[in-house]
Design a protein around this ligand. Sequence first.
Ligand code: PGA
Length: 242
Amino acid sequence: MQIFIEKDYSAMSKKAAQIFADEIRKKPNLVLGLATGSTPMGTYQELIRMHKEESLDFSQVVSFNLDEYYGLTPEDSQSYNYFMFENLFNSINIQRENIHIPDGRASDIENYCREYDNKIESFGGIDLQLLGIGVNGHIGFNEPSDRLIVGTHLTNLTEDTIKANSRFFDSPDQVPTKAITMGIGSIMKAKKIILLASGKSKAEIMAKLINTDCISTELPASLLKLHRDVTIIMDEEAASNL
Ligand code: PGA
């Protein structure tokens, strides 16, 4: 695990975007795994700036998103589909057919999830996966539990996650209670992983993650310790308990 501690959110975002840009320039048809939430927004803004000012080309890039709230339509302003178009896709030259986001309306869930994983495989797997981390240590919506599921699946959100995500909703009871998420195995198959953490609220979990020499399904991000190429980029606030 490589760990970078950057001064603030902006520096963290620029560092992450630079790695993305370098990888895209090396391999124009890079397969990206993308995340939503507050943490990656600055990285996306920087990638948009690089697209506009430095000709960073997404025309051959393929993307797979980590997760989506179950039950929301892609047009719903709370959906992760909506988030991705608003915060990235509408402002870069990625091709619509190269964008993959789990469909919150999927009905035959088991089949749908298997096909999502097969689709990732059909592109040769994810080259570069971006992750945030939940205050409870989740990655994607792989919540702490006595077991973790390998492939993409439908999951129940924990109280911690519902509470953390309620800041985007008018009230906690509007937060969906289920989501489709890439599984821990889908994430671990990515060739390169970047995990971002920003702000005081992540200080405790980052200290726990970095200081432990154990892996545990109760701390899903700890599984990343088994991966060969993980880069953690955090700001000083997130690193303040180390
Ligand atoms: P956040 O979410 O970026 O909004 O803090 C991270 C996560 O829950 O994975």
